[in-house]
Write a new protein. Structure first.
Length: 285
């Protein structure tokens, strides 16, 4: 999609199948399974969607997917299945004429494995950044929490996914909301993790805004319903308040929303009708 002199392209690192109870939290299965039917193991499909933003100044990648370092043991422990009928994220980038060395900036919403696993790869037997020229941007709070995991978080904060970025000198740490480059900024959106950030793209002169929500809402139904919070959120009550603020802002701005994990509605707009919020799916960017 072209907006002003920006081009925005959703990308795929495949589809992950995670436990439906984890994805929907306390929402009753009798309600969510009508929207997203689970498989025989109670897993639901979750897109591993990233975003390519091309501007006159930079080629930007938002999140890096799961990557290729997932072992069979990890998949079995987490009851995880990954489907990649069209290859990995790097294959999708290549279909759009982008090689890893072409990427200038990688903005990581947070450091869970399904968002930053593809940031690094094994090259000649050694861990190395997948995008050799890129600056990788992440919140300082997220970086600190990832290096001090607890019993609940250690299974998804895997240092092989992000420590090579510091070793190579490509890591850039942020402290709160910040402008990254012309027309692209980040806004901290706590709840899922304390240091998670959303990405806001506002091509100058266009009057339009695109928001990459990350895990503020896995699916559009979780943005519509404040109480529907995933079991993976570390602070669910903060998630609810963060969603409340973003509901108003997204509606007022008539923002285009990119859903990272929704397998059915990659893109939509939030509207308020008779006091209730509804996501209207739109054609994919």
């Amino acid at each position: 999609m072209k907006i002003g002199d920006f081009e925005l392209i959703p990308l795929s690192d495949g589809t992950a199948w995670w436990d439906g109870g984890g994805a929907f939290g306390l929402a009753p299965k009798a309600r969510w399974e009508k929207l997203l039917p689970p498989d025989a193991q109670n897993r639901v499909p979750m897109a591993l969607r990233c975003l390519l933003v091309r501007t006159p100044q930079a080629t930007i990648l938002v999140d890096a997917g799961m990557g290729d370092k997932v072992t069979r043991e990890m998949a079995e422990q987490q009851n995880l299945a990954i489907e990649r009928p069209n290859g990995r994220l790097v294959d999708d980038l290549a279909r759009h004429g982008v090689e890893p060395s072409d990427v200038d900036l990688v903005i990581l919403t947070h450091l869970h494995a399904d968002h930053c696993g593809g940031s690094t790869r094994i090259l000649d037997g050694q861990l190395a950044p997948t995008f050799p020229r890129a600056q990788y941007w992440v919140q300082q709070r997220e970086w600190d929490d990832a290096h001090h995991p607890n019993e609940r978080t250690r299974a998804t904060y895997l240092t092989e996914n992000f420590d090579p970025l510091e070793a190579s000198g490509q890591l850039c740490l942020l402290n709160g909301d910040a402008h990254i480059t012309r027309g692209v900024r980040v806004a901290v959106a706590p709840g899922h993790t304390a240091g998670m950030q959303t990405i806001v793209v506002e091509p100058p002169g266009s009057g339009q805004v695109v928001v990459f929500l990350s895990d503020l809402a896995f699916f559009r139904w979780q943005l519509e319903r404040l109480a529907w919070v995933s079991a993976y959120d570390l602070d669910p009550m903060t998630t609810i308040e963060t969603k409340r603020r973003w509901q108003r802002w997204l509606t007022e701005r008539q923002a285009i929303i990119v859903f990272q994990h929704d397998p059915q509605a990659p893109v939509g707009r939030l509207v308020e009708q008779s006091g209730r919020y509804t996501v209207i799916p739109e054609p994919e960017l």
